[in-house]
Design a protein around this ligand. Structure first.
Ligand SMILES: [Zn+2]
Length: 105
């Protein structure tokens, strides 16, 4: 029997949560390492992130990507990046605003 959408999402949540755990088990220092996610643009913990082609995605975006692939919403990571473009731009705008505020103070 085919899995329901809810089952797929639940399963992916477990899988991606496990990725963080595995990374931290392997190298606990990763909990203190951050990078800018190529998908959502947020500064995220490197634990649980995954490199897809030329993009490194944070764990939250890995979850979105894997659900998207499993539900056949996207066929490749570029589609997800394109879909996230608006959110990402918003995030960059926030970042720029924050920088401006710092400069003005
Ligand atoms: Zn992300």
């Amino acid at each position: 029997m085919a899995k329901s959408q809810e089952e797929i999402i639940e399963e992916m949540q477990l899988v991606t949560a496990q990725m963080i755990q595995d990374d931290l088990d392997e190298n606990p220092d990763l909990a203190e390492e951050f990078f800018d996610c190529d998908c959502c643009g947020k500064n995220k913990c490197i634990a649980g992130s995954i490199q897809y082609d030329k993009y490194r995605l944070c764990n939250d975006c890995v979850l979105l990507a894997e659900i998207g692939f499993a539900l056949k919403k996207f066929s490749n990571i570029q589609d997800l990046i394109n879909a996230m473009e608006d959110n990402r731009l918003e995030e960059y705008c926030e970042f720029i605003k924050n920088q401006e505020n710092k400069l003005n103070n």
